[in-house]
Design a protein around this ligand. Structure first.
Ligand code: FAD
Length: 576
């Protein structure tokens, strides 16, 4: 196996990974920092796909306390309050850094101040944006800065296993596959950052980029780390429904449309959100998705089984001006967003759950750090639109700061457990020895199982079915080969698909096990058999880990370190 040494290895090049690389290099210029990524740097992951924008309390009348309370109320009191506080306070620094140091340029008001728009579930219009394609602006500027510095790059490199020292006390490096050749590479590092961005792509309808298959979460589980809040999978209400033949189905139409005043209509053209929530279409994602799911179950739908989004009652010129990307995306799929109706469906968008981590981004394993969508705790039971990219950039930067301080002082190249390296390689090579099989069938069965039984609405029976079904799928996948002719592993997408499915099945099991353990309904998690929220004062979060082949889930009390249920941090004057 090829070998490489680097001081700091960053897995993933989204907002979290790139911010971490820049901060690590700025804080300790002599550190050898390498970013390894499954695609091309700057061209993959979800940060690039951010449409709506970035939440930050900037305007007079808004405050970090208000942003914090929106985040906690949205998270149904399951958030780690210290992490949420860091999110809202450091976001103010980060947005200035994005503009003044990295060169982003966000939309402006006529007086030159940054324009902030409405997003659902917020008591103040605080979403900073660049039209409706904010992520491209952020990721392009970040990538330019990374290219301009002496930061190593391993593109088209897929991380497959975190390798510890022989005594298991610390991380020693990562086994990767160079996807261009299929060769294995062991990267030894003094510190590793997990920033592979989660991504619930196991559901029938989903939004994240195709390179995301929960690899970081699966690697963390296998390394013995705990994941929290894994039952909390967010469905975005407005995924495009363009038919089964196109990958455009499931891609998201941004929240700003509902924030701006779009209506949702049932199959007969009637608004239905007004009967569910006084905020109507501007209710939080979980509430809107559930209301849509109920209409779908009652077959009160459009021709493809979805609901309709319409902006026809709004000023057509303004809709075109404010949402050019969305108008174009709909037109590409044959829909007229400005004056017609677009068929939409709730689509799996974001995982609130992830690796348990500390405010400095350290984890329970020495030398291993985590940031961005791979982590859990910031958002609790529900992520507010606009808090996702804030999370990845805020904590990515913090991770970089920590790595710059920790690595020169405490980091050292450690001898890896060589047996674990060999085992990781052997595990990846398994499907090459099997007779060719039908991966598509496994993917279809996984997508349908998760959508039907562990999605927007669950109960004990459906979750039991999910766990049984996933065990069976695991066995089916183990027997499926990827039909490698002459073992040509260069850009072997079938092989990578097999590896993706392996990780997705494992993480799906954790989602289902955590959902079974939580016998209440909060935020994104709705148990039809336990519809009550439960006592907020005794709120507990799920914490899951692998124990052999079993998934062990425990409930842990939420620490109300800043505010208790029923209290608020918003000061009277700001609350007016
Ligand atoms: C369509 C869409 C729209 C969105 N809009 C908004 C919005 O308006 N506002 C908002 O706040 N949030 C939004 N989000 C969420 C937001 O994109 C994410 O919260 C955030 O960008 C995640 O950043 P990240 O750095 O953690 O992960 P990502 O940006 O997804 O980056 C993950 C990186 O890890 C790499 N990777 C994955 N697996 C491996 C592996 N095995 N080895 C090596 N590298 C790997 C990927 O290739 C990628 O480079 C949106 C998401 C989507 C999908």
């Amino acid at each position: 196996m090829n070998r490489l040494d680097t001081d700091v290895l960053i897995l993933g090049s989204g907002g979290a990974g790139l911010f971490a690389a820049l901060h690590a290099k700025a804080g300790a210029p002599d550190l050898d920092v390498t970013v390894a990524v499954k695609g091309l740097l700057g061209k993959c992951g979800c940060t690039r796909m951010v449409q709506g924008g970035y939440n930050v309390a900037l305007a007079p009348g808004d405050s970090v306390e208000r942003h914090f309370m929106d985040t906690i109320e949205g998270g149904k009191w399951l958030n780690d309050q210290e992490l949420a506080w860091i999110l809202v306070t450091v976001a103010r620094e980060r947005i200035r850094e994005l503009e003044n140091e990295l060169g982003c340029f966000f939309d402006r008001n006529p007086d030159g101040t940054i324009h902030q728009k409405a997003f659902a579930g917020q008591t103040f219009d605080r979403t900073v944006h660049k039209g409706d394609l904010t992520g491209i602006e952020i990721i392009n500027r970040l990538a330019e800065q990374v290219w301009a510095r002496r930061i190593g790059r391993l593109e088209d490199h897929r991380a497959v296993a975190l390798i510890k020292t022989r005594d298991g006390a610390a991380v020693a490096g990562v086994v990767m596959i160079d996807m261009r050749t299929g060769e294995f590479l062991f990267v030894r590092a003094k510190a590793v950052l997990l920033a592979t961005g989660g991504g619930p792509t196991m559901y029938r309808y989903h939004t994240p980029s195709g390179d995301k298959s929960c690899d970081g979460l699966a690697m963390a589980l296998s390394a013995g780390l705990r994941l929290r809040d894994m039952e909390m999978v967010q469905f975005h209400p407005t995924g495009l429904l363009a038919g089964p033949e196109t990958r455009m189905t499931g891609t998201v139409l941004e929240e700003g449309l509902r924030g701006y005043g779009a209506y949702l209509l049932d199959g007969e053209g009637r608004r239905f959100m007004t009967k569910t929530d006084k905020r109507g279409e501007r209710a939080t994602r979980d509430i809107v998705s559930r209301a849509m799911f109920a209409e779908m179950r009652n077959a009160n739908t459009g021709p493809m089984g979805g609901l309709f989004l319409t902006m026809g009652h709004l000023d057509a010129g303004e809709v075109r001006r404010q949402f050019p990307g969305m108008v174009e995306r709909c037109a590409d799929c044959g829909f007229d967003l400005v004056s017609g109706r677009v068929e939409v469906v709730p689509t799996a968008h974001y995982m609130m759950g992830g690796v348990e981590f500390a405010p400095d981004c350290s984890t329970a394993l020495e030398g291993l750090y985590a940031a961005g969508e791979d982590t859990g705790g910031v958002h609790g039971a529900n992520r507010l639109g606009g808090n996702g990219v804030a999370n990845s950039t805020v904590f990515g930067g913090i991770a970089g700061d920590t790595l710059a301080k920790w690595t020169p002082k405490h980091g050292k190249f450690r001898d890896p457990d060589e047996a674990a390296i060999a085992a990781a390689e052997a595990e990846c090579l398994k499907p090459l020895a099997n007779p060719p099989g039908d991966l598509e069938e496994v993917r279809e069965r996984l997508a349908q199982l998760m959508w039907d039984d562990a999605g927007i609405v669950r109960d004990r029976v459906s979750l039991g079915r999910t766990l049984d079904g996933l065990d069976k799928l695991d066995k089916v996948l183990a027997g499926v080969g990827v039909g490698v002719d002459g073992r040509d592993l260069a850009y072997n997408l079938a092989w990578h698909d097999w590896l993706n499915l392996k990780n997705l099945i494992l993480v799906s099991k954790v989602i289902a096990a955590a959902a079974l353990a939580r016998d209440d309904s909060r935020g994104a998690h709705w148990r039809a058999d336990f519809p009550a929220t439960g006592d907020l004062e005794t709120s507990a979060f799920t914490s899951a880990r692998l124990a052999g082949d079993r998934i062990d889930v425990s409930m842990r009390p939420v620490a109300f370190t800043r505010v208790r249920p029923g209290e608020t941090l918003i000061k009277e004057s700001a609350a007016e």
